[in-house]
Ligand binder design. Sequence first.
Ligand code: SF4
Ligand code: SF4
Length: 454
Amino acid sequence: MDNKNSEEAKGRQWIYPKLIKGKLYRYRSIFSWFLLALLFSGPFLRINGEQLVLLNVLERKFVFFGVIFWPQDFYLFVVATLIFLVFIVLFTAVFGRVWCGWACPQTIFMEMVFRKIEYLIEGDAQRQRKLNASHLTAEKFFKKGLKHVIFLAISFLIANTFLAYIISTEALVQIISQPVSKHLTGFIAITVFTLMFYGVFAYIREIVCTVICPYGRLQGVLLDKQSMIVGYDYRRGEPRAKVRKGEANLHGDCIDCNLCVQVCPTGIDIREGTQLECINCTACIDACDMVMAKLNRPKRLIGFKSEEEIISGEPFKLSKRVYAYSTLLLIMVSALAILLVRRTDIETTLLRAGGTLYQLREDGTVSNLYNAEIINKTNHSINFNIKASDPTAKIQFIQNIKRLEKGSTTKLTFFVIRPQKGIEQYKSDINLNVFSGNQVIEKVETTFIAPPNF
Ligand code: SF4
Ligand code: SF4
């Protein structure tokens, strides 16, 4: 029996995947619980007093594992994004769409949370179909009502968690605990996200994977014959034919039981070959393995294998494309590691004050006026001082600012004063060191202008 509702054939075909039990489904469930625990505990975990992960696009503040990144670190963001993209391409070229079936939040919530609740309340695929086709009774009203209330509650929880990653847990607690009038925007955001997640998991479902998600649409470009995919071994399975108990098998191993189609959450028949709609959830592998076990035939008629492997029967081999991507990835990760190691705790932007050249002083010295902007990129306050690396040069500050609070920016104006005697050229380089205690935390280079006198 097809797992799509024929009554709705004219419009969207609602999919009723059959509940599957098997080894891979068990592993997927365990892995999903681990990922869900990580996702929901993330906003409460702290490293160096900072949230484990914060993606505050509104304040342009990003935290990863306790390290704060500011807009000034944009170059790191660009490199990290490029690495992520190459990693996705590489990962997909080798393992196909396994991310979609095993780690994508959409699939995890849909198949491991919402779908399981649906099975619990409405029963397996067949009962769900019957319930949907039946008239409104007290039982139907209760089951549907209960399901949608729970769906809304979980969507509310997901919306709050999602916001905690964006605006921080503390800001979210304020929105929740204080009057709505004080945080109207926050309240609207929670409501909109709750409804959005509810809509996705209650109604839109697999359309996210098969139509909306750009990663899914890119599969045709990212996969090749050597990529691991969930594939049907047609050489072994065909010609398919139904079998009767006790009958000798004169055909291929597929008995055309259709179980692999019935369990598929995107409603496809994997025996028709690789399809964009396949999210590599491996449910059909479990289903077919169960059938093969009952028939005493070898498992993995449907398995995690490459097209090349199915065609040639040869074991899995890595393609040249994978080696090329891996080398590129290695180079990029090394570059990012170097950039991260060289990243300073503070960032200083230094410019000579506009409209000024130099000032000749009565004591035989010459000075230049500078404006500096200093950003503390850490999550602790820093006491600092600026000194010239040339011991003959002195610095005279206009303001007496020596401390930077965490994540703050300060502006300073100061003179660099040098003895005029010995200056050999009109424009020369000068190095300034920013100290915290006795430690140099940043070096800045600028130019110094003075009339030569030697
Ligand atoms: S579950 Fe296996 S045997 Fe049954 S139809 Fe699918 S491939 Fe054929
Ligand atoms: S074809 Fe198999 S692996 Fe692909 S989505 Fe359907 S059940 Fe999952």
